[in-house]
Design a protein around this ligand. Structure first.
Ligand code: ZN
Length: 226
């Protein structure tokens, strides 16, 4: 079976986390989210973890070459022999270049970059409509999952509030950041014919089905290439 070496992209509110979890279960591949990997490397006290920790303890950003090495350490581990799913990495073009170089050194390459595409208005609609229970964090949505009584948690009667993260101006800011950082990478991978766009405006079930179809096509192409 050919390897499936995947990168998952998508704006906040695209359902990327949900789809990533589902992919991980379906494909039985390790799912690497950068923040988690860095924390695990620090916890497991690997050499690179120690280096990363020195930056984090000072409150500095961990430099690209350290992040790339930490990710490469994972990719080169037995659990990732059949493939992996990266989330939150690469974030910049230099990181993408470095990832490509390290994969080449390992005799591997990316199979595809999956972009769950959702337009900004839909993101604002999804995230901006969220209402969170003040006491226990239960989440509702004014449109998709409204509480029985407006502004009150169905489960414990606590007031429902808009989390800071879900304020429209904060969402717009997160989207600006996403576009500024991610769009150059979308072009980068598109030029290398690795980009696959998934329409993220559909329901989670339909998005999952489209991801499955895309992966089936990728596997066919990989089989034919052998
Ligand atoms: Zn509640």
């Amino acid at each position: 079976m050919p390897e499936l070496n995947l990168v998952l992209f998508g704006p906040p509110g695209s359902g990327k986390g949900t789809q990533g979890e589902r992919l991980q279960e379906d494909l039985r591949l390790p799912y690497y989210a950068t923040g988690d990997i860095l924390r695990a490397a620090v916890r497991e006290e690997t050499e690179l973890g120690g280096t990363a920790k020195r930056y984090m303890d000072r409150g500095d950003l961990v430099p690209d070459e350290v992040i790339v090495s930490v990710i490469a350490e994972r990719i080169d581990s037995p659990e990732a022999a059949d493939g992996f799913i990266l989330d939150g990495f690469p974030r910049t073009e230099p990181q993408a270049e470095a990832l490509a170089d390290r994969l080449t050194e390992l005799g591997r390459s990316l199979t595809a970059v999956l972009l769950i595409d959702v337009d900004d208005d839909e993101v604002v609609r999804r995230l901006g409509g969220r209402r969170t229970c003040e006491e226990n964090g239960h989440v509702f949505h004014v449109e998709f999952n409204p509480p029985e009584k407006e502004g009150v948690c169905d489960l414990d009667g606590s007031p429902l509030v808009v989390r800071d993260d879900d304020e429209p101006e904060v969402i717009r800011h997160r989207l600006e950041q996403y576009h500024a950082k991610t769009e150059p990478l979308v072009d980068f991978y598109d030029r290398r014919s690795l980009l696959r766009r998934i329409d993220g405006a559909a329901s989670p079930g339909e998005v999952g089905a489209e991801l499955e179809r895309t992966l089936a096509t990728l596997r066919l192409e990989a089989d034919e290439a052998i």
